[in-house]
Design a protein around this ligand. Structure first.
Ligand SMILES: NC(=O)C1=CN([C@@H]2O[C@H](COP(=O)(O)OP(=O)(O)OC[C@H]3O[C@@H](n4cnc5c(N)ncnc54)[C@H](OP(=O)(O)O)[C@@H]3O)[C@@H](O)[C@H]2O)C=CC1
Ligand SMILES: O=C1OC[C@@H](O)[C@H](O)[C@H]1O
Length: 393
């Protein structure tokens, strides 16, 4: 019989930037608002590599309980026995070293996307999680949206027949009249020292849709990694600004087309006038997903013999009626909690092997496009004293 007491997970937040704030506020949102009663979340600590004061300010800003501890280093956070799971919210450049720091300390880890800079780093993290016997997951929040789960279920049930092609685009038009992109060269979106570029930051979502619809749904014994054909335009910083990938799954006779750009937009007027950013095309129908690929709120099902009828399904993100808050990141947190409760080390919605295969695709794409990141962020040798772990930048 199910227990009426929700299973509680105690979170430690590593880094205090934008997404750390959004995610932590979602953790603190009342689960009942999204109809969740079996798990709950506590924020027990946050760490900043800049200063303890910054960590304290962060905890105040997100309205964490006053008992939550502020640390001025990532090392202190991972040593805290009260922390069940560490959320790594640093730039992608740092993920390998930071996630390994936490895994080596025996902590469960939820690590922001893109998981790492190279596939080898991803394999090393998975190896460490396996050796330590802890939970580890890449924080691709979109995977845990009810919308994503419904779309995967529709595909598995054959609602649109055999799926032969998925076209997915996540592009944000940041083109400026002077030829530059509207991010400072030092910003993590275009700074190669922070593993900047469209692919690792945004292309991962286009790939998520290709993988959710063409790979994840493949039966285990028929799992087939794709062939990759890619084109990249580089920005003057060396990071990729426009990247297009064709993924071919020969045995399944399917193609994925993953597009990303910092120059043009997948939703040019911000009102979906340009149509679906994701099209999942099957032999008997098509599913179209509307809205940004990371946070879609509606899908449409169009049947070949449906007489022109379009089934429109809205999947809004529940908001706390008092604060108006709710971003949809709580669903991935709930998944972590249920895995911890049930003793699962990886999520079925995004298994380790799939994160690694996606990293392999991204690595191959960057190789074909000639994007090279520095050794300090590409190495797969763990160093607890790396500047990426100590914050001595
Ligand atoms: N799932 C999603 O929707 C989103 C995910 N992301 C992912 O989250 C990660 C962080 O992105 P975001 O929060 O926007 O980034 P920010 O720049 O806002 O924050 C990053 C934080 O990392 C820490 N950090 C440590 N070393 C450095 C360094 N050398 N340069 C900059 N920051 C450093 C800092 O915290 P401190 O000083 O406290 O240590 C900083 O505040 C990325 O991997 C990104 O892909 C981002 C946005 C949305
Ligand atoms: O993960 C992300 O999703 C939202 C985007 O605005 C952001 O750049 C990216 O990191």
């Amino acid at each position: 019989m199910a227990s009426s007491t929700p299973y509680t997970v105690r979170w430690g937040i590593m880094a205090t930037g934008w997404i750390a704030e959004v995610f932590t506020k979602d953790l603190l949102a009342n689960p009942a608002i999204r109809g969740v009663h079996d798990v709950r979340h506590e924020v027990v600590a946050a760490a900043s590599s800049s200063s303890k004061e910054r960590a304290g300010d962060f905890l105040t800003k997100v309205k964490a309980p006053s008992s939550a501890k502020a640390y001025g280093s990532y090392h202190e956070l991972v040593a805290d026995p009260d922390v069940d799971i560490v959320y790594v919210a640093t730039p992608h450049s740092h993920h390998f070293q930071n996630a390994m720091l936490a895994l080596e300390a025996g902590k469960n880890v939820l690590c922001e996307k893109a998981l790492t800079v190279t596939a080898s780093q991803a394999r090393k993290l998975v190896e460490a999680a396996r050796t330590k016997g802890v939970f580890f997951m890449e924080a691709v929040w979109t995977r845990y949206f009810p919308l994503s789960i419904q779309v995967r279920d529709l595909i598995s049930s054959g609602a649109i027949g055999n799926v032969y092609r998925t076209i997915a685009d996540l592009s944000i038009g940041k083109d400026k009249a002077d030829g530059k992109i509207d991010f400072a060269d030092s910003h993590r979106m275009v700074n190669p020292e922070l593993a900047g570029g469209a692919l690792l930051d945004l292309g991962i979502y286009a790939l998520t849709w290709v993988f959710q619809t063409l790979y994840h749904v493949q039966p285990e014994e028929q799992k087939e990694a794709p062939n990759v054909m890619a084109a990249i335009n580089k920005y003057h910083t060396g990071a990729d600004e426009t990247t297009s990938i064709i993924l071919q799954f020969p045995q399944h006779k399917s193609h994925g087309i993953a597009l990303t750009s910092l120059r043009v937009s997948s939703d040019v007027d911000g009102k979906n006038s340009a149509g679906a950013s994701i099209r999942i095309q099957g032999s008997t129908g098509e599913i179209q997903v509307m809205g940004p690929a990371y946070c879609p709120l509606q899908y449409r099902v169009i049947k070949k013999n449906g007489g022109g009828e379009v089934q429109v399904v809205d999947c809004p993100i529940p908001k706390d009626p008092e604060s108006g808050w709710g971003q949809g990141m709580f669903w991935e947190a709930d998944e972590c909690a249920r895995c911890l409760r049930d003793g699962r080390k990886e999520s079925k919605s995004l298994p380790w092997s799939e994160s690694i295969t996606i990293m392999e695709v991204m690595e191959e794409t960057l190789r074909q496009g000639g994007v090279v990141y520095s050794d300090v962020i590409s190495t797969d040798v763990y160093d607890a004293q790396s500047p990426l772990n100590t914050g001595k930048r």
